[in-house]
Design a protein around this ligand. Structure first.
Ligand SMILES: *Cc1c(COP(=O)(O)O)cnc(C)c1O
Length: 399
């Protein structure tokens, strides 16, 4: 029979991420077992009947639940300090399950404008198809939130720091306004990671992750997670996921479990390097500005100090000379790769105006402060000095 390690309840994150949620099989394996199975067998027809009646709790089918997936969900919940978690196949499955499980025709949704591209599409295009009213606000402007939330609102979706310019949103203030409007706050916490920002402690109700990013952190697999209260997860989210099927593969959940073991040391090392890279870039004459939440020149530095425990693994900066200079710089990189992914052990650079944020158009990009020279750099696990040398030689190529 499965055994639960007798873990003390007050463990720190690094320990939780190695041991939390583990459930060993009768073989006593050290590593979390990979249950690569779609279904489960019953001892008797009576047991199958009792399970379907809900009189017995056991695994039935991997769309509903799986032992490896359950270990990943428990470890995530312990890390986040959430009552419950459900894993999903991708980050977008997490975002859309969190929203569509809860919303119905006639509801209203307010979102910050600076959202991951597909999240923006869900709010601007998908939800209105089902008769859900949606509104976007400038996430950094509390007056806009106040005005938008003066009407009854079912849900708020926000991302802080935002993609790609690392703008921040006051999660505590927006949560208070949303609760007054009768709604729930969903925070897409990918950029901050579960280690550097705790949305639930700040007043948010639901946290979503693309586990594809820092949680896997090694560019191998897609995954996602939704975290919230046990009541909401059991009554609202779980029926939606069970019946619509955005479930994660046990194999990917196993990769994510292993990713979580090293998450604190990776995020710490990558954030330290990101700080060094941001400080280096800020001194370069070819760079017009650098955005990094723990630099005192970040426009929302005070808010970063209040709600974040670190600056994250991402740096945004703007190259003088627009697209031409930005492309020249990126093409000269020898170590940093051009890719729209982030949170990877490999450093990755993207030019948002021509890739991730091309479709939203120039006017919308201007509102988000995404210039033609803007580059988003996801800092990896390479030696920071090698990354700075790579940036130096690429900047020299600019002339
Ligand atoms: C990547 C990402 C997503 C989507 O996650 P997938 O795993 O690619 O589906 C959502 N939000 C943010 C902020 C992301 O970076």
């Amino acid at each position: 029979m499965p055994n639960h390690p007798k873990l003390p309840s007050d463990l720190r994150p690094a320990t939780l991420l190695v041991h939390g949620g583990t459930e060993r099989s009768q073989w006593g394996e050290t590593d979390e077992a990979l249950f690569l199975t779609s279904g489960f067998v019953y001892d008797s027809a009576e047991q199958a009947e009792a399970t379907f009646k809900g009189e017995q709790t056991r695994f039935q089918y991997s769309r509903f639940g799986n032992p490896t997936v359950a270990m990943f969900e428990r470890r995530m919940a312990l890390l986040e300090g959430a009552e419950a978690c459900m894993a999903t196949a991708t980050g977008m499955a997490a975002v859309h399950s969190a929203m569509l499980s809860h919303l119905k025709t006639g509801d209203r949704v307010v979102a910050s404008r600076a959202l991951f591209g597909s999240c923006h599409w869900i709010v601007s295009t998908l939800l209105p198809r089902y008769g859900i009213e949606t509104a976007f606000v400038d996430g950094g402007n509390l007056d806009e939130w106040r005005a938008a939330l003066s009407k009854p609102t079912a849900m708020v979706l926000l991302e802080s720091p935002s993609n790609p310019m690392l703008d921040l949103i006051d999660i505590a203030a927006v949560s208070e306004l949303t609760h007054q409007a009768g709604g729930l706050v969903v925070v897409d916490n990918v950029f901050a990671t579960p280690l550097l920002q705790k949305p639930l402690e700040l007043g948010a109700d639901i946290v979503v992750y693309s586990a594809t990013k820092h949680i896997d952190g090694q560019g191998r697999a897609l995954g996602g997670a939704v975290l919230g209260s046990k009541k909401w997860v059991d009554e609202v989210l779980q029926p939606f996921i069970r019946n619509t099927g955005p479930s994660i593969s046990p194999f990917n959940a196993w990769l994510m479990l292993k990713g979580l073991e090293t998450l604190p040391i990776r995020v710490r090392a990558m954030s330290e390097s990101a700080t060094k890279v941001a400080d280096f870039l800020a001194e370069q004459p070819q760079i017009s500005f650098v955005r990094y939440p723990t630099r005192t020149d970040h426009p929302q530095y005070a808010l970063a100090q209040k709600q974040m425990k670190g600056g994250s693994t991402l740096v945004a900066f703007d190259v003088k000379g627009g697209k031409e200079a930005a492309f020249k710089l990126m093409n000269a990189f020898r170590i940093i790769a051009i890719s729209n992914n982030l949170g990877d052990s490999k450093s990755l650079a993207t030019h948002p105006a021509t890739t991730t944020h091309m479709r939203i158009g120039e006017a919308e990009r201007a509102k988000l402060g995404i210039g033609e020279g803007a580059i988003r750099l996801s800092v990896g696990l390479e030696d920071a000095e090698d990354l700075i040398d790579d940036l130096k030689q690429a900047l020299a190529a600019l002339g």
